[in-house]
Design a protein around this ligand. Structure first.
Ligand SMILES: Nc1ncnc2c1ncn2[C@@H]1O[C@H](COP(=O)(O)OP(=O)(O)OP(=O)(O)O)[C@@H](O)[C@H]1O
Length: 546
């Protein structure tokens, strides 16, 4: 057909349309006028009131029709879109709105995600997740959805509604793992587990896996991947959780990983549980098994001296326009820390506890710049267990199972539950030990700490001690250590050690003085047989930085 003919036909149709609608309009006006007159007569009211009554009735009718239509639509759409059960979710990807004959093709919609997110409130009811913006992957433990949210939504909308999303998928909040993107607010990665997390144990990592990990691994995530923190430089860690949940085991795993892959560092251990950290005594610069607040104070004093010294060095470097000094990392680990902030009622004990609060705050806050990291564990994450001014300083937080939200807040921070995708530690299965919520760099991750076999840890400790000894500079101190080691003893009399190190002095007092000057370490005191040196003291003197 020619173009002019088409235009002519369209014009004629339009004119006919106009006449038709005009006639219809006149008809409607005539009927309306008649109806109004009838209404006026029937009610016996003036014209203006008749008009108002008629208008009101029409508006009401219109509203009722709209309400009925909306309800019916929702009902129908619910029937059409059954929510898949967990594990079957991936199979439910279907194309909706595929181009029908004669209509424009609409982009396909991902039915599962659209329904679940829409009903959970993470996206609006009129919004959709487009099928070609979703990738679905089946992995051993479940299904991973990677998708783009509608432009008006962010990953936070998903994070805030994870409980409802889990419920729509027929699983629990702990079955879900949300990952957000640093590049786009709309990009989301959601893992839906088939089974509750950690239903099957993961084997502890090998040395190589620990070495290859970028940072310090703390446990496995729900997929069996190693998870941890990028570094402990300028960071301290607070670990809370009820008794027998696996805190000490987790920290044993952490120390083992540090010994394998963190390089040289000094370890100070305060074992409030008395036997929780004992296996690491051979590699500790100082190890104390005690729950006496005075012992914490003495360790704090020792470390604060190191902090102050390091600050002075940093100031010196700045003043002289030299590069910042690099310090050997120091880890101060306190198991059952809450006990050290409890006094026995006496005035003296109250004073010690008060000083401990001040000194701990100072250490944790100031030590970050100087490379001294504090790790505190507590089975009593009650509000008053670890003083607020101390616990506010921790950058990394971890919480194993606790029964209440309040205690979780103590361990994870007061504003923890306002963060994106928080995980409530009370939801953890208390019978699966070692599970913890790790909150680091603003992200919550559900992990399970490593439970290394004892033999593995002993070997790591021995290896670390041997390597450290080998790396010592060739000094009389190292010679003395080797002598004690070769003889397999942990104490040697001055009378035996002095001649072995070339001191020929016959007067014992003079020989003792010369030996002390040579080693730079005072003797350990008098034993039943006489004065002498302990291997532990010699090692401490040889390895401590200051
Ligand atoms: N990741 C894990 N896998 C398997 N078992 C674990 C794990 N973590 C801890 N356990 C077991 O759980 C029990 C309690 O562990 P642990 O002593 O570390 O807990 P805790 O929280 O330090 O206890 P408490 O506060 O009473 O000192 C131990 O028998 C330990 O072997």
């Amino acid at each position: 057909m020619e173009r002019s003919e088409v235009t002519k036909t369209t014009k004629t149709e339009t004119t006919e349309d106009l006449y038709g609608q005009l006639a219809g309009g006149i008809g409607v006006l005539a009927v309306a006028a008649g109806a109004l007159a009838a209404l006026k007569n029937a009610l016996g009211i003036p014209w203006w009131a008749t008009g108002l009554v008629a208008a009101g009735a029409l508006v009401l009718l219109g509203y009722l029709a709209w309400w009925a239509r909306t309800r019916l639509r929702r009902l129908l759409s619910r029937k059409e879109q059954p929510v898949p059960a967990a594990g079957k979710a991936a199979a439910a990807t279907e194309d909706v709105g595929e181009g029908e004959e004669g209509t424009e093709a609409l982009p396909a919609v991902h039915k599962t995600l659209t329904t679940v997110l829409g009903r959970a409130g993470a996206i609006g009811r009129e919004e959709v997740i487009l099928d070609d913006e979703v990738t679905t992957q089946q992995i051993d433990v479940g299904t991973v959805y990677e998708f783009l949210l509608p432009a008006s939504r962010t990953a936070e909308d998903v994070g805030k509604n994870l409980g409802s999303i889990a419920s729509m998928l027929g699983v629990t909040r702990l079955h879900l793992k949300l990952e957000t993107s640093r590049k786009s607010e709309r990009k989301v990665r959601l893992l839906v587990l088939k089974e509750p997390p950690f239903s099957e144990p993961f084997p502890p990592p090998t040395r190589q896996e620990i070495i290859d990990f970028a940072g310090v691994p703390l446990g496995h995530d729900v997929t069996g991947k190693l998870v941890g923190v990028p570094t402990f430089d300028k960071a301290s860690l607070l670990i809370g959780g009820m008794t027998q949940m696996g805190k000490t085991t987790l920290v044993n795993g952490l120390i083992t990983c540090l010994l394998i892959a963190y390089g040289e560092f000094d370890l100070y251990l305060l074992d409030g549980k008395l036997c929780g950290l004992t296996q690491f005594q051979p590699v500790a610069v100082r190890y104390e098994a005690s729950d006496d607040p005075a012992v914490l104070e003495s360790m704090l004093d020792q470390l604060i001296v190191r902090v102050d010294k390091r600050y002075t060095e940093m100031q010196e470097a700045k003043r002289n326009r030299q590069p910042a000094p690099v310090f050997k990392p120091v880890f101060f680990i306190i198991d059952e820390a809450a006990d050290f902030y409890v006094d026995d009622g006496s005035k003296e004990s109250q004073e010690v506890v008060r000083r401990n609060e001040d000194k701990s705050r100072k250490l944790v806050s100031k030590s970050l710049e100087s490379g001294i990291c504090t790790i505190m564990l507590t089975q009593r994450p009650a509000n008053d267990a670890i003083p607020v001014k101390v616990r506010d300083q921790f950058l990394y937080r971890m919480c194993l199972y606790v029964a209440a939200k309040g205690t979780a807040k103590v361990a994870l921070g007061d504003s923890y539950f306002e963060t994106v995708a928080p995980i409530h530690p009370a939801l953890l299965d208390a019978s699966i030990k070692g599970q913890a919520v790790l909150f680091a760099t603003g992200v919550s991750t559900l992990i399970r700490g490593f439970n290394f076999p004892d033999k593995f840890m002993w070997d790591v400790v021995d290896e670390f001690a041997a390597n450290r000894e080998q790396a010592l500079p060739e000094t009389p101190l190292k010679q003395a250590i080797s002598l004690l080691r070769d003889k397999g003893v942990d104490f040697m009399l001055t009378a035996d050690l002095a001649p072995a190190l070339g001191i020929t002095e016959s007067d014992p007092a003079e020989a003792g003085k010369k030996l002390k000057d040579l080693l730079g370490v005072p003797s350990a005191g008098r034993s039943a047989k006489g004065r002498g040196y302990r291997l532990a003291d010699l090692m401490k003197a040889a390895t401590a930085e200051e």
